[in-house]
Design a protein around this ligand. Structure first.
Ligand code: ZN
Length: 71
């Protein structure tokens, strides 16, 4: 929740994978906010639903992707 304007999303949100090797940013305007209960979202989130925020592809950017060492 935006502490300045409760209920109004901020202009941009930053995200990353769990280890931080990949980072991204998504910018407003956001098209839709939804909780999805489909099987893919339940599996991906490990819960009963996933919380999804939709935006136009042009408003999404990969910021950084570290080279992953061969396993
Ligand atoms: Zn889903």
């Amino acid at each position: 929740m935006n502490p300045v304007s409760p209920g109004i999303p901020p202009e941009s949100l930053a995200g990353s994978c769990l280890c931080g090797a990949v980072t991204c940013e998504v910018r407003a305007p956001f098209l839709q906010f939804a909780h999805c209960h489909c099987g893919r979202c339940r599996k991906a989130s490990g819960t009963g639903h996933a919380t999804n925020l939709y935006a136009l592809p042009a408003n999404f950017s990969w910021l950084f992707a570290a080279e992953v060492p061969a396993g």
